[in-house]
Design a protein around this ligand. Structure first.
Ligand SMILES: [Zn+2]
Length: 63
């Protein structure tokens, strides 16, 4: 019963999409930041954990 929710942000041209290992994915966004937020919301909802809104910037902030 342990579905892992690992969200990655995939980039396509000028769009990015958050995808999860569970099969979920967010709509394409124009900003990576929004995609990351989509992903954060998804994993927060799914895991039922609250209060983890801070995401680490994997590659140095907004473009
Ligand atoms: Zn998921």
């Amino acid at each position: 019963m342990n579905v892992e929710h690992r969200v990655t942000v995939e980039e396509r041209g000028s769009f990015s999409t958050a995808r999860c290992t569970c099969g979920w994915h967010a709509p394409a966004r124009r900003s990576r930041d929004k995609s990351r937020r989509d992903g954060a919301e998804h994993s927060a909802e799914r895991s039922g954990v609250q209060g983890r809104e801070e995401l680490r910037e994997p590659e140095g902030g907004p473009v």
